[in-house]
Write a protein that binds this ligand. Sequence first.
Ligand code: FES
Length: 171
Amino acid sequence: MSRIPLPYNPKVMDLFRNPKNLGKMEDATVVAVAGNPACGDMITFYLKINEQTQVIEKAQFESYGCAANIATSSIVTEMIKGLTLEKAWIDITWKKVTDEIGGLPSVKFHCGVLAVGALKRAIRLYFDQKSIAYPSWLSKEHTFEEKQALEEEELAKTLSKRMKPEAEKQQ
Ligand code: FES
């Protein structure tokens, strides 16, 4: 069976081949994971935050997702460097990231959403882990991207549960 290559634009392909800020960060202030290791679409976001100013000094990621996921994660880490948590929370949306990258094939929109979901989860986690009250700009309700990440995780869990008995039957 032959596979038809997806129409990725050159910017996506370049960031996929030469991702920026890829790899584990040893001195991260906060680490957030989104996606599901069972299906491979998983992303880890590392943020180094200046705790006085709440500025993101460094951002790195690891991704086991597809080209679109790697490229969008890479560009998100570039876009948020030097931003305050507030600005990153408000300004970085999957639409903005998708525009910044020059567009994605529609079947790949969720990959960019997952990258932004991981970022938003990391910001929320920062306040949760430090037991700092949420500032007014941080909604208690999950953002669209966080909700999508949760939905994907639930779906992946359900699918892996269904696949397990089938795999066991075949042994
Ligand atoms: S991250 Fe799953 S298809 Fe892109």
